[in-house]
Design a protein around this ligand. Structure first.
Ligand code: ADP
Ligand code: MG
Length: 265
């Protein structure tokens, strides 16, 4: 059975159909990229799955359990994690402290209290930091980290909650190309090791083709194609919406009036 099943999802804002009858699945251990031009409805899909938005119609199930109507916090408890959802205090703590705090919060979620002193989470926190390649930075203040390293700590924080599904809306925004590939390669390795399904958006088609197992393409709220890299590259509908080198997704000229200048990335 699929981990996440999105069925006939629609979301209207006033007269705008931001998401229009979209259905797709995410399997455990799979990286599914949600791609499409700005305004295609990608973030709206994410925000419905995580409970920030309630869809006009449709269903979202995790392990067969309906998520529509649940509060974001309860959806998170069920195992839908997000990166880039770190605490407001993130920068005031060390790398290690941030991951320890996430582990404490996970134990609270399981037992309604934490049974161990925060210091006892240290070993587990170091192990998580080791998995994201940040163990040697454990004692550093998060405020002094390089951008790519902050993303790795955020990944460790997300993993502390033992997610079944990880939602990553533009995780590599602001990163250099090599950093993007590194972060998605790390995500892919962790998804396989921990059997986590990952739903992500990404602007660079190089990165998408290198990391995603499968992709779905949205345009003006509608799902216009899905499949592996070859299927997407050769899809006539996708080519009608995008043209270019195959390296970067460039919106077609007829769609460009929908795309505010400079809002891309
Ligand atoms: P993407 O993430 O693919 O760029 P979005 O999901 O952010 O696209 O937006 C899809 C469409 O829905 C756009 O036309 C956008 O203007 C509209 N939209 C998104 N959020 C809201 C909102 N809260 N209120 C009104 N319109 C919205
Ligand atoms: Mg978006």
């Amino acid at each position: 059975m699929s981990l996440l099943r999105v069925s006939n999802l629609s979301m209207s804002f006033g007269g705008v159909k931001a998401v229009d009858d979209v259905s797709f699945d995410v399997n455990p251990g799979e990286l599914l990229a949600l791609i499409g031009p700005n305004g295609a409805g990608k973030s709206t899909c994410f925000n419905i799955v995580n409970g920030q938005l309630r869809p006009t119609r449709g269903s979202v199930t995790l392990d067969g359990h309906e998520l529509v109507g649940m509060r974001p916090r309860d959806i998170w408890r069920r195992g839908v994690g997000r990166t880039f959802q770190v605490a407001a205090t993130f920068n005031s703590m060390t790398v290690l402290e941030n991951v320890q705090m996430a582990l404490v919060s996970h134990e609270k979620r399981l037992y309604g209290l934490w049974k161990r002193a925060a210091s006892h989470f240290e070993e587990e926190a170091i192990a998580l930091l080791d998995q994201v390649g940040m163990a040697t930075h454990a004692q550093r203040a998060c405020s002094v980290l390089a951008y790519g390293d902050v993303k790795r700590v955020e990944m460790a924080v997300a993993l502390a909650n033992r997610p079944k599904l990880l939602l990553m809306d533009e995780p590599t925004a602001g990163m250099a190309p090599q950093e993007r590939n590194d972060l998605m390669a790390l995500t892919k390795r962790l998804a396989i090791e921990r059997n986590i399904g990952v739903l992500f958006t990404e602007h660079s088609m190089d990165v998408v083709f290198a990391s995603a197992d499968r992709m779905i393409v949205l345009a003006r709220g509608k799902l216009i194609a899905q499949g592996d890299a070859d299927t997407i590259r050769n899809d006539a509908n996708v080519q009608a919406v995008y043209f270019g080198t195959g390296k970067t997704f460039r919106p077609h000229a007829t769609l460009s009036r929908d795309i505010p200048k400079g809002s891309h990335e």
